[in-house]
Design a protein. Sequence first.
Length: 415
Amino acid sequence: MARKRRFALWLLMATIISPMPGQASPAQDLAAGTCSALAARVDEIPGSAPVFLRSYDGASGQGPETEPALQNAAFTYDNALAAIALTACGRHEQALRIGEALLSAARLDRLGPAGRLRNAYRAGPQAERPIPPMGWWDPAQNRWLEDAYQVGTATGNVAWAALALLTLHEQTGERRFLDGATRLADWVAENTQDRQGPGGFTGGIHGFDDAPRPLTWKSTEHNTDLVALFGWLARTDAEGDWRAAARHARGFLDAMWDAGRDHFPTGTAPDGITVNHATSGLDAQLWPLLLRDSPDGWRAALAYAERAHGVEGGFDFNDDRDGLWVEGTAQAALVYRVLGQDGEADRLLAGIAGQVSPGGYLWATRELSISTGLAIGPDSVTDDFRYYRRPHLGATAWTALAALGWNPFTGQRVD
């Protein structure tokens, strides 16, 4: 019943924001609804303690996922997005609760004060220090289990957490958020910078604490995140040569653009040199267009995305076009807004407005499942990373950002 009441509030707020009944735009509806849904999820957790939000609801659209590895998983990337989106929503109290959890995780890991973040933590209030990564009890095996990806550290996830902390620093003026973001950026610079081939930064660390494995491939998406992060730090008084770090990440993007000519390849193979042309990634096309100094020539990547990823109502993750990826379609709506194509942005938002689950989150996909062409980890023997029709925190946060016209790479609304 609580979920039904929250969804009713979602619809009520979407109506209230309209200047006249029935005349709200898709963006206004989605802004009101997603902001209310995100804030309600934080407020469900009593008190004012730091929190992480569960990334997925169950397949019914309400309640937790039944898959043990996802049931209580709070992915770092999703929570960073939620903190940024809540800031854009003006829900500062709720944004700060997630930000405090990210900051605590950045200060201390179970391996020590390394500035490292795990890919997933356990959802709920975060009172334990260090904050433990995601895990679950398996009654059949009578032991505690963890997932090799979830306890690993992806470079892009660290970057997004740092961007969330920078957003909170800009909103509050509190130095500790800037220091936390700097700590995370230091970890990336010290552990993933590479000078082979196109340069740039590698993928991070995969696996358990007793046998961590470096991810030696490089991602266009990750390096885009880092251009934004390092460039933002360079505009502050944070200690470090962040302009040089930003140039190093930007050099990777330039090399990828040259390799793709009218689009961005997803990155490199594990040798860190060979360009990966095996699949295409939508975020690799879109996110560079959100950067502050994105050159006009890169706009051809959007036209490429329309050809290679376009499906009815929006965009697919990869170029097999087997379904609509809601999160990526929201990203495209924001890019259209940045480029002044408001009609296209509104068209996409109108389409995904029908993808709201009973619990208030947007579904990750319109179809039951879509492929990405990517593998979960180095031990995968197939492209086993898929999105399923589950209500998703990340899709909801990106939709809020698109509806509000808030660029997470700059911490500002689109003019």
